[in-house]
Design a protein around this ligand. Structure first.
Ligand code: SAH
Ligand code: SF4
Length: 351
């Protein structure tokens, strides 16, 4: 029997109970599925031996599947940062990274295969967009990292491949699932965006509607202290001026009550001058915000450089002198090309 594929991962406990009933079983079978999907991390229906064998065969015939991704490659850095290349059912590959510290395991998830935004410093942007990911493909990344690293992820950052605001629907469903079904608090989830015109108000509205509250952190990839430079680094900046982007951030803050934070990749001799730090401070000063400085990870084809630690510290000090909270992202797993999108590109070239 053929028919459309039905994927279970991403469904809530209620959804799974209804599913069980619709497919001829008592509701408690849905609860069993729920436990095996999320708590036990089952990959195939065949593993869920508490379910009657005949029902499992029936579900397979009806094209029901869990929807897990396959591990294609794994790289473990000296500091145990673990990068996974995961394969989708239609043959695409996506990257996900587990970043461990003593008290945290942060998973950096992808939201799309590739990215259409084409930011010049970004390896993912070089390949263009293949497609957006479905909810189960986002949730799987967290389960895959949990399985491989044998540890429960505590924090999620939507900072892998792709632009979350071009896939809002699946991103919000995934947040809901991570929150409710995997027990990761919304405040431990960060969604990073370069900014897409007209989408921030929609994100705020849909988050409140679908999640009940928007408590995750919104991080804006600013990367430049003025419009002129930002346009040179980020093509979409031409149609979405910084002024409008910051207005939309204010609106987001008013609607959700959550402060936004700003990300700033430091590119040597390009956006890391002291005057630029003062300019950046002026831009974000009305936000009581947080700035996350990210030293550039070199990618092929581009001439950008990573500033010296001295310059990075000087930039940080200027921001702090304006009373801005600043964090500096430490380099993790750099021994194997940490820049997002690099692993997938290397794999594509070698196969
Ligand atoms: N599209 C979203 C989320 C994915 S990119 C966004 O742009 O915010 C996630 C983060 O990785 C962004 O802050 C991005 O600027 C950063 N990044 C991309 N390429 C990088 C590089 N070569 N070195 C350091 N950070 C990079
Ligand atoms: Fe896309 Fe973000 Fe990379 Fe820009 S930085 S190309 S928006 S993934």
């Amino acid at each position: 029997m053929t028919g459309e594929k039905l994927v279970l991962l991403g469904l809530s406990a209620n959804d799974l109970e209804s599913f069980a009933v619709d497919f001829g079983q008592p509701a408690f079978r849905g609860r069993q599925l729920y436990d095996w999907l999320y708590a036990k991390g089952a990959r195939e229906l065949g593993e869920i031996t508490v379910l009657p064998k005949e029902w499992r065969s029936y579900l397979k015939k009806r094209n029901v599947e869990i929807g897990r991704l396959k591990e294609v490659e794994r790289f473990v850095a000296l500091d145990e940062t673990t990068k996974l290349l995961l394969g989708t059912s239609d043959g695409e590959n996506i990257e996900t990274v587990g970043i461990p510290t003593k008290h945290r395991l942060t998973v950096c998830v992808s939201t799309q295969v590739g990215c259409s935004m084409g930011c010049h410093f970004c390896a993912t942007g070089k390949e263009g967009l293949q497609r957006s990911l479905a909810t189960h493909e986002i949730v799987d990344q967290v389960l895959s990292v949990r399985e491989v690293m044998e540890r429960r992820p505590s924090h999620i950052v939507f900072m892998g491949m792709g632009e979350p605001l071009l896939n809002i629907d699946s991103v919000l469903s995934a947040i809901s699932c991570l929150n409710t079904d995997l027990g990761i608090g919304q405040r431990r989830i960060t969604v990073s965006t370069v900014g897409v015109p007209h989408t921030l108000p929609k994100l705020a509205e849909l988050a409140l509607e679908r999640l009940g509250r928007a408590q995750f952190t919104l991080a804006i990839s600013l990367h430049a202290p003025n419009q002129e430079l930002r346009e040179k680094l980020i093509p979409v900046a031409k149609t979405y001026p910084i002024k409008k982007l910051l207005e939309d951030c204010k609106h987001y803050l008013n609607v959700t009550g959550r402060r936004v934070s700003f990300e700033y990749i430091l590119l040597g001799e390009l956006n890391d001058h002291r005057e630029q730090a003062h300019q950046l401070a002026d831009l974000v000063s009305g936000f009581q915000s947080h700035v996350n400085l990210i030293p550039y990870n070199p990618i092929q084809e581009e001439q950008f450089t990573r500033p010296s630690l001295e310059r990075i510290k000087a930039f940080q000090a200027v921001l702090e002198s304006h009373g801005i909270a600043v964090s500096l992202r430490s380099s993790r797993g750099l021994d194997q090309d940490a820049a997002c999108g690099q692993l997938r590109r290397q794999h594509a070239k070698s196969s």
